[in-house]
Design a protein around this ligand. Structure first.
Ligand code: F6P
Length: 370
């Protein structure tokens, strides 16, 4: 039996996606494995995520050439070394109630004779995969999001590289912060979950970390800075998630834009915090927004390894006919979970478990001792 696998990447890009595509392809086509299986595969790469599958015109060779790529071992051989996604990505939601294009999507999947879809993405992309699964399309998911907020898995591609970027940039900031005795407020990504700020801040020794899971008290942040000044050192690094908010306020919106899945663009919290620090303490403060730098560059060793394991596992799942599921890491082992269990939920930071609440319990601001 021959099956056609189509693989796509959706949502924000990150290092590790290319590795996952490579290992899906290599595992599907490895001649030693092919000889042992009752099924063989063709692998197609869909460009630009769900957009590619919605917009492709299967009857038009030019359109097929743009959106559907033939993948083989030679094509993907070096992909695991590089960041981004060689297939391209989009935030297209074919099930957006305001512009429902799911009919076209399903029609195209049939016309292209796709037997199974491997969707690599976060909550939004895998939510679409789950909707397709419910409609009878065979799907397998691979977790990816630098925010690391997918439930059902301990790891999602891109997180480790992003944490390393945060750490490296903070290392750089320290020298200039120290020379000028300045406070630096570093804004990380992380809309609703504070994992990036927390882990990035912890491993780089940030003095204060502010995350979306717990609204903070600006007065207390300033007190902590005053307490420290002159005692240990004259500069401090604060790390703040883009989705963090002061008590009694909503998260800071960058502009009025909302994506196809209804998420607004966040931004501005670091600038606010730095400004308040200057006003309230008189200490010189600057802010920096790490933004898409966190999604750039080559994958870390951990992301390369996870991409490899996840890609191999996705093909195992197809062979075992475990559809409607996402590859996952649980207690350090590769396993899988039903997509049903991971949609419409996020893995947030367990404040009680993961914060240093030494000062914060009383103060209402969460601080990781630096
Ligand atoms: O993929 C999630 C994320 O990393 C969020 O933390 C961030 O808000 C968003 O991507 C920004 O993505 P873009 O600007 O590429 O749409």
């Amino acid at each position: 039996m021959k099956m056609k696998i189509a693989v796509l990447t959706g949502g924000g890009d990150c290092p590790g996606l290319n590795g996952a595509i490579k290992w899906v392809t290599k595992t599907a086509l490895d001649p030693r494995l092919v000889a042992k299986r009752s099924v063989s595969f063709d692998v197609l790469g869909v460009t630009e995520g769900w957009k590619g599958l919605v917009e492709v015109d299967p009857n038009d060779p030019k359109s097929r050439e743009r959106y559907i790529k033939h993948l083989d071992e030679e094509v993907v051989r070096t992909w695991d070394r590089y960041g981004g996604t060689n297939l391209g990505t989009s935030r297209t939601n074919p099930f957006n109630p305001k512009n429902d294009r799911s009919g076209k999507l399903i029609d195209n999947i049939k016309k292209l004779d796709i037997d199974v879809l491997v969707a690599i993405g976060g909550e939004d992309t895998l939510g679409v995969a789950y909707s397709l699964h419910k409609l009878g399309i065979r799907t397998v998911g691979i977790p990816k999001t630098i925010d690391n907020d997918l439930t059902g898995t301990e790891y999602s591609l891109g997180f480790d590289t992003a944490v390393n970027v945060i750490m490296e940039e903070i290392d750089r900031l320290r020298t200039t912060a120290g020379s000028h005795s300045r406070i630096f407020v570093v804004e990380t990504m992380g809309r609703r979950a504070g994992w990036l700020a927390l882990r990035g801040g912890e491993c780089s020794g940030a003095y204060v970390i502010l995350i979306p899971e717990h609204p903070f008290d600006m007065k207390r942040v300033c007190e902590l800075l005053r307490e420290r000044r002159g005692r240990e050192i004259n500069y401090s690094i604060l790390v703040v998630s883009e989705g963090a908010k002061p008590q009694g306020r909503q998260e800071f919106l960058k502009d009025g834009k909302v994506d196809d899945f209804g998420h607004p663009t966040l931004g501005g919290i670091a600038a606010y915090v730095a400004d308040e620090i200057e006003k309230k303490t008189g200490f010189e403060a600057r802010h920096i927004v790490l933004s898409h730098l966190q999604r750039g560059g080559a994958p870390s060793a951990h992301d390369r390894l996870m991409a490899r394991w996840f890609g191999i596992a996705a093909i195992d799942m197809i062979i075992n006919e475990e559809y409607g599921r996402m590859v996952s890491l649980a207690k350090g082992e590769i396993t899988s979970v039903p997509l049903k269990e991971i949609v419409n939920k996020l893995k947030l930071v367990d404040v009680k478990k993961y914060y240093d609440t030494l000062l914060s319990k009383l103060a209402g601001v969460y601080r990781i001792a630096g």
